[in-house]
Design a protein around this ligand. Structure first.
Ligand code: SF4
Ligand code: SF4
Length: 434
């Protein structure tokens, strides 16, 4: 990255020394996890480029947007309606929180035993190492889990936080509450940007964000093929980049990659071994650069064919209807689309079990790996219900609990290898002799 970027980083208030350390850690990790893969689609070149410029070019674009009076809004959850931010001329950025950083600072304001994602976002902010965070004019928090909602009170001391009350259930009265939260969010965004949202601008942004979702759904659909035409690691990377990249450019690049993958499917070309075990990963989100478990899975003889996660299908399945006579109608459609997300913060959350059973069939999965972050009560507790529901349908499940450190890599590898051994034996048993 050029020295011009250093001036930019300085101007937005980054701690350059700490930021240098972060930048030094990323390329070796990326090289080891990504560039070691064989037979990658050519279309991944764009996404490699985005990673190489992740704190450069994209930040420059955000700064140019701000210089013209535009606002940048940061979010930590797939419940935040990007359509509304864009309709008011703002840009919505997913703040990653996928690496252990600024831990000492974060632990001054948070308990030590808290989920790594929460500790990471507080650490990023307090250590001033994330140029996305430092570009934000406002951050949107939500009341999804207890840890987050209390942490957002503290984060508000460092950056302006707009809090959305996400319901914990999906009854009619919860829908009413959520719809009113979405209307309040629109007012908050209009106030921040100084721009009034109208029917045309909202419809246009619904179409743009739907376009991004459709491209990602197209990519997901191609992974149903056997052999899978793209690795799970590459797919996850694309899903992670979806949160930060320019919407139109990203959509075009994903569609062009899908053209290439369609050709691969026609030719019967896949990644990895022909007999690779097809795995669905479910659980807590895996934010950049949290590639630990997918890397182990795909270097142990598996290929991940779907992610039932917020860095995955939950982010892009279901589009917002592109109709509606009034802004109120459109806001209701937006709210209803988001309420369909099967986050473990809901009770009950049967939709997630049903979805996993459906996905296992559609993606011809050999097994499901349910990976939760340490200290994440909603997902760790729900892991038992997932286990029961899938096993009742004869779908093998492996439960994992991990954090952002690398210390447990050996142990995770051993457990994944044992799971794969069991899956391979099932395959042999199920394959009839000719
Ligand atoms: S897991 Fe739940 S809280 Fe986390 S990003 Fe997804 S919807 Fe939001
Ligand atoms: S991973 Fe779990 S505990 Fe952490 S923020 Fe998400 S829902 Fe909350």
């Amino acid at each position: 990255m050029t020295s011009d970027y250093r001036k930019m980083w300085e101007s937005i208030g980054l701690n350059l020394e700490a930021h240098d350390q972060l930048l030094q850690a990323l390329p070796p990790a990326y090289g080891q996890v990504y560039m070691s893969q064989e037979n990658r689609p050519d279309g991944m070149e764009y996404f490699d480029f985005v990673v190489s410029e992740v704190h450069g070019l994209r930040i420059q674009e955000l700064q140019e947007h701000k210089a013209k009076g535009g606002k940048v809004v940061g979010a930590f959850c797939v419940f935040v309606p990007e359509e509304i931010v864009r309709a008011a001329g703002g840009l919505c950025i997913g703040l990653c929180s996928g690496i252990e950083i600024g831990t000492a600072q974060a632990e001054k304001v948070l308990p030590r035993n808290i989920c790594p994602l929460i500790k990471s976002f507080m650490g990023f902010k307090m250590a001033k190492v994330c140029p996305y965070f430092e570009s934000c004019d406002m951050v949107v928090g939500e009341t999804t889990c207890d840890g987050k909602k209390k942490a957002f009170e503290i984060l508000n001391d460092f950056v302006s936080v707009h809090l959305m009350e996400t319901p914990q259930m999906k009854r009619e009265k919860d829908r009413t509450l959520w719809r009113s939260e979405v209307r309040d969010f629109l007012s908050g965004i209009e106030e921040l940007t100084g721009n009034k949202v109208n029917k045309e601008s909202l419809l246009q942004s619904i179409r743009e964000v739907n376009g991004k979702r459709r491209a990602l759904l197209r990519l997901a659909g191609l992974r149903k093929n056997k052999p899978a035409p793209i690795s799970g690691k590459d797919s996850l990377l694309i899903e992670q980049i979806a949160y930060i990249d320019d919407v139109a450019r990203f959509t075009a690049q994903v569609n062009s990659l899908c053209d290439e993958l369609e050709a691969r499917v026609r030719e019967g070309r896949g990644v990895g071994r022909q007999d690779a075990l097809r795995i669905i990963v479910t659980g807590t989100p895996m934010a950049i650069p949290n590639w630990k478990v997918p890397h182990i899975i795909e270097t142990c003889g598996g290929v991940i064919v779907a992610e039932e996660m917020c860095t995955g299908l939950r982010y892009f399945e279901n589009t917002v209807p592109e109709e509606g006579e009034t802004i109120v109608d459109m806001l209701e459609s937006i709210a209803d689309r988001y309420l369909g997300i099967n986050c473990a913060c809901f009770t009950p959350n049967e939709g997630r079990m049903e979805k996993l059973i459906q996905l296992s069939d559609e993606y011809k999965a050999d097994g499901v790996i349910n990976c939760s972050l340490a200290f994440c009560d909603p997902y760790l507790i729900e892991a038992n219900r997932i286990d029961k529901a899938l096993k009742e349908r004869g779908i093998p499940v492996l439960k994992l609990e991990t954090d952002y450190g690398q210390e447990d890599s050996g142990q995770l590898k051993t457990r994944i290898e044992a799971f794969f051994e069991m899956l391979s034996q099932r395959q042999v048993v199920r394959t009839p002799c000719i």
